[in-house]
Design a protein around this ligand. Structure first.
Ligand SMILES: NC(=O)C1=CN([C@@H]2O[C@H](COP(=O)(O)OP(=O)(O)OC[C@H]3O[C@@H](n4cnc5c(N)ncnc54)[C@H](OP(=O)(O)O)[C@@H]3O)[C@@H](O)[C@H]2O)[C@@H](O)CC1
Ligand SMILES: Nc1ncnc2c1ncn2[C@@H]1O[C@H](COP(=O)(O)OP(=O)(O)O)[C@@H](O)[C@H]1O
Length: 284
């Protein structure tokens, strides 16, 4: 099976046009409780670095002190519960949401994910949001075509156990492509199935692959929090107005390029800070 490969040449123009910060979108990244805020902070920094005009972290009141001591350009808003989120989303300039990294699996987290989905906003759903959706069919039914789901292998198997079982341990890329397409068609959302070969499928069957092999090899990405950064890059691109499949494809390419640019010793917080060099190189 031949499949479009994501290359630099295929990326949309990621340059920032003129305008003020609100013209470049506002991302809300939801965070979990104390001791678990690192993942959401990684995502928020990545969203800002990829060019979103504003990024706000929605934090539980118990984590406010922890987060406020570690963010500067990223803003902070207390979100006790889904009621607070509904009130915050009255601001229509908050045009992209990121839920999952470090969110937790408790009632607050599930209520927040439900509110994110009911808002109809463009959103990226990762990590704990995917586990919550796997557990609750009522959340799954709320998925829509402005959602990007970014499962790793474990999350994919939780969300789509029958599709994953049908693949078994087959390492063939064609098998992963078929699985990702089936998953996207089932949930009516973009699915980005992570790994050395990352496959991105839309509900209409449109599909592309990025293989981090050969001169695109990036083994340094196998580090805690790398996926949280990818979710943030997607969130930032959604806020800037890129359509979900384009945001997912461009983010995948940028993410691997950041790892290649940094090389050995990479940890997740390095990724957002390499983005400016990668974006500058892309524009030249
Ligand atoms: N700095 C921070 O704050 C960080 C915070 N983080 C936050 O932690 C939370 C939990 O997220 P999580 O992904 O670590 O855990 P979980 O949902 O239990 O899934 C892991 C299990 O799935 C399986 N598995 C199968 N294939 C797999 C694959 N390709 N890649 C990975 N796993 C794979 C594997 O099972 P195994 O194959 O070993 O049986 C494994 O045991 C979440 O909120 C996240 O945002 C992290 O991002 C780290 C940095
Ligand atoms: N060996 C590898 N080569 C290329 N990319 C990798 C490799 N290992 C992991 N990645 C990428 O790194 C990211 C890891 O995400 P994830 O598993 O969600 O980690 P975390 O939950 O710690 O953030 C994914 O984008 C995945 O595609």
């Amino acid at each position: 099976m031949t499949m479009p490969t994501i290359t630099r040449e295929d990326l949309p123009d990621l340059g920032k046009r003129s305008g003020h910060k609100f013209d470049h979108g506002h991302v809300l990244v939801l965070s979990g409780g104390p001791g678990r805020t690192g993942a959401a902070r990684l995502a928020a920094r990545a969203a800002l670095r990829v060019g979103a005009g504003l990024v706000t972290l929605g934090v539980s009141p118990s984590a406010q002190l922890e987060v406020s001591m570690q963010v500067t350009a990223v803003m902070l808003h207390r979100l006790k519960d889904a009621g607070d989120l509904i009130a915050l989303l009255e601001d229509k300039r908050l045009n992209a949401l990121c839920a999952g990294p470090g969110l937790g699996l408790d009632h607050r987290a599930a209520d927040l994910v439900r509110t994110v989905l009911d808002s109809g906003r463009a959103c990226v759903l990762d990590a704990d949001a995917l586990t919550l959706i796997a557990r609750d069919p009522a959340l799954r039914e709320r998925l829509h075509d402005s959602c990007v789901l970014t499962p790793h292998g474990g999350e994919f198997a939780r969300l789509f156990p029958d599709i994953a079982a049908a693949c078994g341990d087959d390492p063939a890329i064609g098998t992963k492509v078929t699985a990702t397409r089936d998953a996207a068609a089932r949930v009516g959302a973009v699915v980005l199935f992570k790994g050395v070969d990352t496959v991105i499928a839309s509900p209409d069957g449109d599909c592309a692959v990025h293989s981090a092999r050969g001169d695109r090899s990036a083994p340094w990405l196998a580090t805690a929090g790398a996926g949280d950064v990818l979710a943030g890059i997607i969130g930032g691109l959604l806020a800037r107005g890129f359509k979900p499949s384009d945001a997912a494809r461009a983010a995948t390419w940028l993410h691997v390029s950041c790892a290649i640019n940094f090389g050995p010793g990479l940890i997740a917080e390095d990724l957002p800070d390499v983005l400016p060099a990668v974006l500058r190189d892309l524009a030249s």
